[in-house]
Structures are given as C-alpha cells and as structure tokens.
Design a protein around this ligand. Structure first.
Ligand SMILES: Nc1ncnc2c1ncn2[C@@H]1O[C@H](COP(=O)(O)OP(=O)(O)OP(=O)(O)O)[C@@H](O)[C@H]1O
Ligand SMILES: [Mg+2]
Length: 287
C-alpha cells in the first residue's frame, strides 16, 4: 500500500475526566490502526495502572524501562521503546507507565519546569514517530496536564451517561483554563469528543442522549438541539461517530490484541476509521 508521506508529527492526548470511558481502548486501537497504514506510532502510557500490559500483553516495566525513567533528570534520550503486536506489524512501539510513575509525580513537583517535563524531553530528544499517543489516567492532574503540555491535539472519549455528559462541560473548563495557565503556544487543539461504549439496543439513555434509535438512525421524537453531539458541535468541536459497546472488545483486550487482530473483518473495527482518517489527514497535509 502506498502511503502519503508524514509532514507533521501529531502528538495526541487521550483524556477525559471520567474513569473507564475507554481511553486505553482508544489509545491502543488508534495506535494499531494508524500503524497498520504504515505510519510510525509511539504510545506513551502516563497511567500508574499499567493497563497497557493487559491490552498489549506486556510484562510490567522496571523504573528505567518505563516512562518514569524518561521523566528523570538524568534521562539522556535512550527511550525505552517496546514493540507492540510485533508478530503483525513493525510500526508501533510503546513507552510503558506503571507503578513507578508514583515516584515521578513527587519528583516532578520539585522540578522548575514541572508540567513541561515531557514536552521538554520530546523537544530535547525528538522521537522519530509520525504519531505519538498519550494515554492518561482518569484524574486529569498531574499526568493529563503533563501530556497536554506536550500535545498538538486532544481527543476525549465520553460515555453517553448522564453523569459523564455533565463532565463534558467540566472537561472544557479544565482544558481552556490550563491552556491559558500554561501559556501553551501553539495551543493544542481539541480533535474532538467521541461517544464510547455505546449500546443503542439495550441502553435507553444512550439512545436519548445521542438522539438515535436502536438501529442508529436519527430520532424524530427528540429535539436534535438537546442531544450531546449537537451540544458538542455547537461549541465548534467535532463529535466523532460513536464507538459501540461489544463483548469482543473485552475479549480482545483479554487476549492482548486490538479488535482488528482479534476479530478481523468485524464491523466494530470500522468505528475507529473516522478518527484514524482525521489523524492521517493532519499528519500528511501541508501545514
Ligand atoms: N467499546 C467497548 N465495548 C466493550 N467494552 C469496552 C469498550 N471499550 C472499553 N471497554 C472495556 O471497558 C473497560 C475500561 O476500558 P478502558 O480501560 O479502555 O478505559 P479507560 O478510560 O482507559 O479506564 P481508566 O480510566 O481506568 O484508565 C475495559 O475492560 C475495556 O475492555
Ligand atoms: Mg486507561
């Protein structure tokens, strides 16, 4: 397959102020799908929970072999990159997070440039990747902030449940105030929100919040102006098509594989395509 050359490195933070919204699922699936198109991708895990070990069948990394080592003042540029799904492709690598990040958080607070630590590492020692994905924990600080400072774009997975949709406004408040506080230039852009874990068939609230019927068609009994995608788009932010809930996602993560490899040809694999295509466009267009 002939791919367009990458002109711009995209550094994408995947963040949300809700746990279990599918951030790591999004991070691993985008990493795989963009890597499968021939682009070099590095996934950086900023989470102490180390769940990448499950999603990509890795063993927990030592301090030096994890992001904790990269965040140390003594770091000299030898990134501890581990290949992901290397039986299937050679374009995707990761830097693992895990328990040692607890120590890093304490140390970073004593650094003069605290939240710019990762940004500084990536500018002092550039990673030769077309796309860098930052997978963050549910609590936005400090790791979400450290990722934000190093990012060009932010993607927000959101579960369409009443408590999580309220968090949408909270996330935007956080984002705009931090971009301002940290004086990020150029400002990272919100690539979009994406409803995740959507079960239109069994969950009435998902249908109501998204304004869709069981088959995914727009409903006529709901004012479109009251639906979540409308509210997001009204703020000038893209709302990507939803990622469906599927038991195969759970099975695939248990097998340490993206759904694309666990169940090739399955419709749900295509749920990620609009985001993958948008990322590739950003990576390849003239800036
Ligand atoms: N579309 C989906 N369908 C079914 N299960 C899913 C889907 N997306 C994620 N899950 C499952 O939900 C759980 C949480 O997903 P994931 O770990 O990606 O969320 P997270 O936002 O990274 O969570 P945390 O905030 O704990 O880091 C996992 O068991 C995952 O396999
Ligand atoms: Mg996670």
């Amino acid at each position: 397959m002939k791919k367009k050359p990458c002109r711009n490195q995209i550094r994408l933070t995947i963040a949300s102020n809700a746990g279990g919204s599918g951030k790591t699922t999004m991070a691993t699936h985008l990493a795989y799908a963009v890597g499968a198109k021939g682009y070099k991708v590095t996934l950086i895990e900023l989470d102490q929970n180390g769940s990448l070990c499950i999603f990509a069948r890795l063993t927990p990394a030592s301090m030096e072999q994890s992001l904790a080592g990269v965040l140390k003042k003594t770091f000299k540029g030898d990134y501890p990159l581990v290949p992901l799904w290397s039986e299937y492709l050679d374009t995707v690598t990761a830097i693992q997070g895990g328990a040692f990040l607890e120590e890093s958080i304490g140390e970073i607070y004593n650094y003069n440039r605290r939240h710019y630590t990762l940004k500084d590492r990536l500018s002092d020692f550039p990673l030769n990747s077309d796309l860098i994905i930052f997978d963050t924990p549910a609590s936005l600080e400090p790791m979400g902030l450290i990722a934000l400072a190093a990012s060009t774009h932010v993607l927000v997975p959101i579960k369409p449940e009443y408590k999580d949709t309220g968090a949408f406004a909270g996330f935007l408040d956080w984002f705009y105030s931090k971009v301002d506080d940290l004086r990020l230039k150029p400002e990272p852009e919100i690539l979009g929100f994406v409803p995740t874990r959507v079960d239109l068939y069994d969950v009435g609230a998902h249908r109501d919040i998204l304004g869709l019927d069981k088959k995914g068609k727009q409903r006529t009994d709901i004012d479109p102006a009251k639906t979540l995608p409308f509210l997001i788009q009204q703020m000038g932010i893209q709302c990507f098509p939803y990622i469906r809930e599927s038991n195969y996602h759970i099975k695939a993560s248990g097998a340490g594989l993206p759904l694309h490899l666990y169940r090739p040809g399955y419709d749900a694999n295509e749920d990620f395509n609009p985001i993958v295509n948008r990322l590739i466009k950003l990576m390849t267009e003239e800036s």
